[in-house]
Design a protein around this ligand. Sequence first.
Ligand code: AMP
Ligand code: TRP
Length: 345
Amino acid sequence: MRRAVAVGTGVGHYPVPLVTRVFSGIQPSGALHLGNLLGAVRNWVVDQHEADSFFCVVDLHALTTPQDPAALRAATVGLAQLLMACGLDPEVCTLFVQSQVAAHTELAWLMECTVSFGELRRMTQFKDKSDRSDFVSAALFTYPALMAADILLYDTDRVPVGDDQRQHLELTRDVAIRFNSRYGDTFVVPEAVIPKAGARVMDLQSPTNKMSKSLDSPQGTIGVLDDLEQIDKKIKRAVTDTDGEVRFDPSNKPGVSNLLSILAACTGRTPEQTAEGYSQYGPLKSDTAAAVVEVLTPIQQRYRELAGDPAETARLLALGADKAAAVAGPVLQRARAAIGLLPRA
Ligand code: AMP
Ligand code: TRP
């Protein structure tokens, strides 16, 4: 149940809807893979029916590393279409593109002024990404302030994200609490919702690494839009081990356990239950491949339909941006007033 917030000085009380609010974001960089689908997007599809849910294609976050403009535009539209193909329904949830709601960048500045240099410096994602890049933008460093703005703008209660975002969520909470204590109760303090360990899909070729968008391991990564025959081959060539026993044991048998997790996630069972049905790797691989193909076939089909009608996508995204702006606007005004910015006459 949603907590009603007493809001900042001079702006009075705002009505707060008594439903849980969910917000999450995903970057339009790299192709959506099976890990994103099973670890994140499938949960969002469920969330949209249970909470007032906002899902955002965070194109401004993608800009923290240099992007080709035409490729960024295509990736932004493509990801929005793919999210719809995966089951996010713009009639049920609010699906929008971050840069189309100006409040995000405006609140991000207030967040930058509330977060400390030391806090940003401790972010491990910045350390990882800056070590790997030649050009490190200032925005890559301040990225968590924009992410905090994304979340806080919607009076968000719950943020479904992967384990890798835990630190950013803690920072968002700290910033919200600091802002509220400095300027009066303004923001809802959100909670991260992180799926259990089983929801982590590993690389098929190096199963101790997470499946990821980076193109280092094309044979180990299953793109949601990959050719279905290629997917079948990749799963059948997945690295296992030599002891020949089918058992869910991620630390000692990472390859086999990953296949069990994937098959379990596709069929709605637990990896342990799934393991009971197999004594050999061959059938486990064939069934996993078949289950993944079955999940992806309708998604690919719907994606092709949506991709054929870019005007309809643009219309739906404009609608999403309007719905998002209607919620974000008053929260931004509340924050502006609380911090002492002059209201527009
Ligand atoms: P990213 O690909 O890092 O932009 O992540 C988008 C969403 O997918 C986040 O919620 C991630 O935590 C989640 N995610 C990314 N990779 C995986 C994976 N291999 N297994 C499960 N979830 C993942
Ligand atoms: N930083 C997240 C990632 O890289 C994406 C993101 C941006 C996000 N803003 C968000 C996730 C707000 C959840 C909520 O995956």
